[in-house]
Design a binder for this molecule. Structure first.
Ligand code: KG4
Ligand code: ZN
Length: 344
């Protein structure tokens, strides 16, 4: 039995978690700066880093006290090292180094995108590999073949925007606020998903490619006309219909490519993670499509789809057990290490 402290600060959330054996969450605390960034319409990197610096020590303390544990109960420290906003990552990496150095603990560098897939271990006993993975978040919409926790080959992905980014942009042009995913999902509830004809790039073409920039432009033109600075020309009903149609287009594309990932990876299990995987319509569609294809579908709980430290502790546990320990010279990177295969 081993307890890993996970720390995540790659974007605008500062999070800490204590996870036992990569599976059981003992405690987790998340401090979002979402409300601070609503006025800016997105994350301001320097402000995010300063926010983490102010918040993180208290978040780690609260996580320990929620679990009723002291630092000496921890066996390893795992931290998001890439990809992300470098200033934000530096705050988490420095805190993790400080704890590791002070307590003589192993330090584990975790890839944030791989951790979104490893989130499927939380709350489950054993998971059979290989599996196919889709990560759909604010920064990524990529397909993977996964041989073990953190052992990923990228099969392809978006050639432009990420799905979450498209949700955020669509919400902005529809006047719905930030972050886009949850507000679009709410506005879509009363809307007709067939009311606005929107593009579904690469859907059904058998290639591991996604693209959301055409969809983003189409929703913008529908909402504002040719000039994005023009006022919104939809009434509340029209906004609901546009939100529902937009969500349906994203769900169609992601579900299609998730199933393709399973075929390409030759896997009977499909794992889907990242903030967009919290979307109820996407979850329902994936469940129906996976059942129809005889695939096992693994979805993290919605709170472990968006950025969180439990997934970092989970993957950190498996990497540590694999002997992957970082030195105190660990330096965060803005880009990830799992790159699409050449020629995709
Ligand atoms: O994984 P995440 O928390 O951060 C990144 O690693 O990027 O993903 C954040 C993204 C945002 O773009 C947000 O709009 C989207 O996930 N998102 C959703 C939902 N909840 C969050 N998109 C669709 N439906 C949701 N329920
Ligand atoms: Zn993320």
């Amino acid at each position: 039995m081993a307890i890993v402290l996970g720390i995540e600060t790659s974007c605008d959330d500062a999070c800490a978690a204590l996870v036992e054996d990569g599976r059981r969450v003992l405690a987790e605390v998340r401090a979002s700066q979402e409300d601070d960034f609503a006025a800016w319409g997105g994350v301001v990197p320097e402000l995010a880093a300063r926010g983490h610096l102010a918040a993180l020590p208290d978040i780690i303390e609260r996580t320990l006290s929620e679990a009723g544990l002291a630092l000496d109960a921890i066996d390893a420290v795992a931290v998001t090292a890439w990809p992300g906003l470098v200033g934000s990552l530096l705050v988490g990496v420095t805190a993790a180094k400080a704890v590791a150095l002070a307590r003589g603990l192993p330090l584990v560098a975790v890839d944030h995108v791989a951790a979104h897939l490893a989130a499927v271990h939380l709350g489950r006993e054993a998971i059979g590999y290989p599996l196919a993975g889709l990560v759909a978040s604010g920064g990524h919409s990529h397909l993977y073949a996964c041989r073990g926790p953190g052992d990923l080959t990228c099969l392809g992905g978006t050639i432009d925007d990420a799905a979450g980014e498209a949700f955020d942009k669509a919400a902005a042009v529809l006047g719905l606020g930030y972050p886009g995913g949850p507000v679009i999902a709410r506005a879509a509830e009363g809307g007709d998903p067939r009311s606005v004809a929107l593009p579904r790039s690469f859907r059904g073409d058998g290639t591991p490619r996604l693209s959301f920039s055409g969809l983003k432009t189409a929703i913008m033109r529908h909402a504002r006309g040719p000039d994005p600075r023009s006022p919104l020309r939809l009434d509340p009903r029209g906004v609901s219909d546009a939100a529902a149609s937009f969500q349906a287009a994203v769900v169609d594309c992601l579900a299609d490519k998730a199933l393709l990932a399973a075929r390409l990876a030759g896997a009977r299990t499909l794992a889907v993670g990242g903030g967009v995987a919290g979307n109820r319509r996407l979850r329902e569609r994936l469940a129906a499509d996976a059942a129809a294809q005889g695939l096992e579908l693994l979805l993290p709980e919605p709170r472990h789809c968006t950025d969180n430290a439990a997934m970092i502790a989970a993957l950190g546990f498996f990497l540590w057990k694999n002997g992957e320990v970082a030195g105190l010279d660990l330096a965060p990177l803005p880009t990830g290490r799992v790159r699409p295969r050449p020629g995709r």
